[in-house]
Design a protein around this ligand. Sequence first.
Ligand code: FUL
Length: 744
Amino acid sequence: MKTRRSLMLLLCCNLLLCTYAQEKRAANSIEILPTDNKDEIIRKSTLVVPNDLQYEWQQHEFVAFIHFGPNTFNRVEWGNGKEDPAVFNPSELNADQWVSTIKAAGMKMAMVTAKHHDGFCLWQSTVTKHSVASSPWKNGKGDVFGELTTAAAKQGIKIGVYLSPADMHEIEREHGTYGNKSPVRKVKIPTDPELQKKAKQVFEYELDDYNTLFMNQLYEVLSQYGPIYEVWFDGANPKPGTGQTYNYKAWFEMIRKLQPMAAIAIKGPDVRWCGNEGGETRESEWSVIPIPENPDTYKWPDMMNDDLGSREKLTNAKYLHWYPAETNTSVRGGWFYRDENQSVQTVNQLLDTWYRSVGGNSVFLLNMTPDRRGLIPDTDVSRLKELGRIIAASFKTNLIAGSTITASDSEKDYPAKNMTDGKPESFWKPNDGKESPEIIIKLPRVTEFNRLVLQEEIRTRGQRIEAFAVDITENGKWHEIAKGTVVGYKNIRRFPMVKTNQLRIRILASRVCPTLSEIGIYNAPEMLSNPLIARSKQGLVRISCPVPDPEIHFTTDGSQPNTQSPRYEKPFALPRGGVVKAIATINSSRESSEVISTKYDICSEKWKIVSAGDAQKGFDENLAIDGDPKTMWHTPWEGKISNHPHQLTIDLGETTQLRGFSYLPRNDKNLSGICQTYRFEVSTDGGNWVQAKEGRFDNIRNNPVFQEILFEKTFPARFVRFTSLSSVNDDPYLSVAEISVITR
Ligand code: FUL
């Protein structure tokens, strides 16, 4: 008896020691040695885990971005740093309204552009006058960042901060510090004597002028407003090439001291930009990422490839680092509010991105755009609230409660039942080497569900699952209903409603062995698909809806369609343009879609290309005016390649009053030939030309969406000439999905 007890004790100690050793070796980044073979690299990858702040950050799941500043008033995406602070004057700014919307959407954190690229600060900074202090808003006494942090604290929402390293005001103003080639010198942060007096800690660094200014700004936002959970360092710069460098090492060090729970995102070690601004997600989003050098000195470049973390990618790594993805996009077409013509994503679209990001091992950072009143626009508020309502309703009740769960293999301390105990900290794990075990869940009753949620124990065991499949029994036979690749923090599968009392999860591939901390099954309300509206070159509008027997109603007078509005039976003509709004219903109008609205200008039926640059075979210039967003004109990339400027001259067939023009860049994840700078000219006779506008499509490289450019005044024109002066990648090409005019 005695020996048995001591044996048990010994065993326990051993086990404890093993667990300790296991967790000891787990780390945020791990070096790969030249002697490590493939198996050793895979084994090491399972030891890469989030640090505490990354784990906390991941659990926010859904986060609000807020873009607000002079751009909101100037209706632009990027400011030039020369804007008059007097433009900043919101009439009804109410941060409580922002935070209530954020909360209703189910988001956990709000991150505002405290300073965007224009350099304008939304708080009272001691190191620049380019801020709310110089604006008429609240007689220069206002503090947007302060109001937001106060409102957020009241409603239990966390705070993050976006502080643009690029600062156009410091580039453009006389004696500006950005890129002024100043020598480094010993400085104190904060530099302001008053702030120093109040400071818990005064930092000392060797910095040039701009880094001194920037670190003071960083200090101000991080030390005066309570806890901060994310700091967002954008890599974008409207005017690169000034020679300014950033002292990231000092920035990061100060952030860690002032806000130890703040995740440093994008140009930083804790959170990775997903690689696009359109809410696109990867099929397999890994958080364990290979990097070519020591993370302490790494410069964190944009990682845009589809595959970042497969076994194949890991084999070339020098280090493996826990580097989770953040998926970002804006509710509106653009990061800043422009006007009510700006597109607003539908609830359906937002929900889909939510599923792909939160349910695809990523955090969803969704941008809202307060308008010139200083309020989130009404349309956006109602959509965000509806989004939050649907998400909450979908995941209210985990129908797995009360099930019996078994696994084909389990390590003693990590039994299968840990997957259904509702405690994320307990988990199931088979023995090492069991790479493809199976789990069977017997539900307490026959249950209907259409969602499955899986979560790995990333906190201590990292990310391991590479592929899985889900089956249910139907008439006593197993039948596959869903498949997936990686899991990580969370994988949510959507499938048509099933009814069963038994399901099986087959892990098809994993690294060393899988782990799962929680499984959920849910019965989520399905949204009806929205109608699709399209118009041909000839001006014929077609409306469809991808569900059986839809009943579609529409309007063209701007009013909201309902079942009393004309019913869509066949394509109708709208050659002069207008607004088409449509709604689809099924089941004798018991279920209806959202209202979809599309704005059209004059159609291109009568347009003729007068002249154009060369085209690659199969990509001729007529495709730029064919009304089809999927086709494009592309200058040659084979044979004789010509450089910018490229020109396209169009005869509109009649003289029209033009207010502006639009450019739709290609939308196939390829940036080649996307126009960066342009000139647009007009003519009534095709001989005498007047320049209507010359400019740059701001931020089009990161966000290649539909561009509408308004002229300063209206021009009569029968002919128009579009000239591209450069492209986003500085390549010689031009690509144009569509070019059109704005008359309405
Ligand atoms: C980009 C910026 O240039 C945009 O204006 C926006 O802030 C987006 C989130 O990041 O790189």
